[in-house]
Design a protein around this ligand. Structure first.
Ligand SMILES: C[S@@+](CC[C@H](N)C(=O)[O-])C[C@H]1O[C@@H](n2cnc3c(N)ncnc32)[C@H](O)[C@@H]1O
Length: 477
């Protein structure tokens, strides 16, 4: 063997190719990981900055968004697959390396990007952000991942359903096991039902607009948007659904606050409370947990139509300012205050209708916050429990005898929904005004699959909404 063939000449150094889409996606994942940032807050300024440069267009922005959201949503699945491809525990891999690997895994297993492009783009990214040494590791791992498609990987890494159903679903549908368990408890039903729900959590939600009554109409919004860009809502008389790619900020009615972005489930909750039957006066409405103001803005508009006024109260002053902004231009009387709903400044029995949309785990909005499922801990629920009960107790005091309280959460977890209401009605943990259930189901006409009542649980896979919960209670004494 000649000297030359024994010592292969080193390859000439080539600078890594900088791919702005993947670098941006990596930066967003790092911010979510390191700073506990929210993807939906981190991404827009990064995209805006990138779009100010000529070489980053709308398609790049869409791809970067898909890479970040998809990687975060499917993180549980990808972690299990990456763990099967390396010979040390995942926690010993540096987080930036894991982020590059997860981004690569998503391109290989969750998009239509061809295998060679997914691997080479990820290795180039690794060279830029991690250095050449670690890029080799990334290359080796991604080559292993690329040997199978997603289904084949799930066969290998998920425990069999028959052995451990919740663990199986956790890996296959990328949710923490305790979340699978809690959602299943609340949903009931069999394997197919819970699988539909878990998959719905992994879908990007539609953008839904609300035409605030008296200020704009769905016809106006549909007209402006055109039939290729929007559809009427499924359930709420005020809803318009944007078809893929619609930009709410471009709509004048939204910019002017006559319309807004609001999930249909959130609209249904406000509308149901507003329409709950009431004998006697119906002049004073309260939203006791109003920030940032989505439901308050709809309630304010509905109150104005009836000649009623709205007090919108929110504990955090900066969120109270968002409520101010949401209600600006409301056609009827309203006031916004910063106040603690568990030690309220209003007198007992002052209101005819009261909404408390209490702080909660947000397990009903996992579609919107791709990182949330990995951040939440079961212990968080213990933190919310006394606050949720305290706010409901005070809401029942705030309403007059015969008046109606709506208790809402954006979580279907039983510990935040029915159990809270039952506890308060039974006087557990402190005396409460006496109240009886009002059946919320007839107040959501046309909405199917609302269960046995009297409370209502909406579901992403059944209704296309966030998993909002609503209990309606009438004060009796
Ligand atoms: C789920 S959010 C309400 C969302 C709002 N209803 C909407 O549709 O835009 C719960 C709100 O309650 C506020 N909050 C938390 N503790 C509170 C308290 N003790 N009194 C009043 N508001 C509180 C939070 O700051 C948060 O803005």
């Amino acid at each position: 063997m000649s000297e030359q063939s024994r010592h292969r000449p080193a390859k000439p150094y080539r600078r890594p190719k900088k791919d702005p889409v993947r670098i941006l996606a990596f930066e967003a994942l790092r911010a979510v990981d390191e700073r506990d940032a929210y993807a939906n807050l981190v991404l827009p300024p990064l995209l805006k900055k990138a779009r100010e440069k000529d070489d980053f267009d709308g398609r790049d922005a869409a791809l970067a968004t898909e890479l970040v959201y998809g990687t975060l949503r499917r993180q549980g699945t990808y972690d299990a697959i990456i763990a099967a491809c390396i010979d040390r525990p995942l926690r010993e891999v540096d987080p930036p390396v894991l982020d590059v690997l997860a981004l690569g895994a998503h391109q290989l297993l969750g998009t239509r990007i061809p295998t060679h492009a997914a691997v080479s783009a990820s290795v180039e990214l690794a060279r830029v952000v991690l250095g050449d040494g670690r890029a080799k590791f990334v290359n080796a791992v991604l080559r292993k991942i690329s040997q199978h498609d997603l289904d084949a990987w799930l066969e290998r890494v998920a425990p069999p359903y028959e052995e451990d159903a919740e663990d199986h679903l956790a890996v296959v549908h990328s949710h923490p096991r305790w979340v699978v368990s809690a959602l299943w408890d609340s949903l009931g039903g069999g394997r197919a039902d819970v699988e539909d729900l878990l998959e719905a959590d992994n879908e990007r939600p539609e953008v839904t607009l609300v035409a605030r009554p008296g200020r704009s109409t769905t016809a106006e919004l549909l007209d402006v948007l055109g039939e290729d860009s929007a559809l009427p809502g499924r359930w709420s008389p005020y809803a318009v659904r944007l078809i893929e790619g619609g930009e709410p900020g471009a709509i004048e009615a939204v910019r002017e606050g006559r319309a807004g972005v609001q999930d249909e489930g959130s609209q249904l909750v406000a509308v149901a409370l507003a329409n709950a039957p009431l004998a006697g006066s119906d002049e004073r409405w309260l939203d006791g947990c109003a920030g940032p103001g989505g439901k308050a803005a709809l309630l304010g508009a509905l109150a104005a139509e009836r000649g009623a006024s709205l007090l919108a109260s929110e504990k955090q002053p900066h969120r109270a300012r968002l409520v101010e902004r949401a209600l600006a231009g409301n056609p009827g009387p309203y006031q916004v205050i910063a106040a603690d709903g568990t030690r309220p400044p209003w007198r007992e029995g002052a209101f005819d209708r009261v909404l408390v949309d209490v702080p909660c785990s947000g397990l009903g909005a996992l579609r919107r916050r791709p990182e949330a499922r990995w951040r939440r801990r079961p212990e968080d629920l213990e933190g919310f429990a006394p606050l949720q009960r305290g706010l409901l107790r005070e809401a029942l005091k705030a309403v007059r005898v015969g008046g109606v309280v709506g208790y809402a959460t954006c979580s279907p977890h039983l510990a935040e929904t029915r159990i809270v209401v039952d506890d308060v009605l039974r006087g557990r943990g402190g005396p409460a005004a006496r109240a009886e259930w009002v059946d919320a189901r007839p107040l959501m006409p046309g909405v199917p699959a609302l269960g046995d009542g009297p409370d209502v649980q909406l579901w992403p896979h059944l209704h296309g909404t966030d998993a909002m919960y609503l209990a309606l209670l009438r004060r009796t004494a």
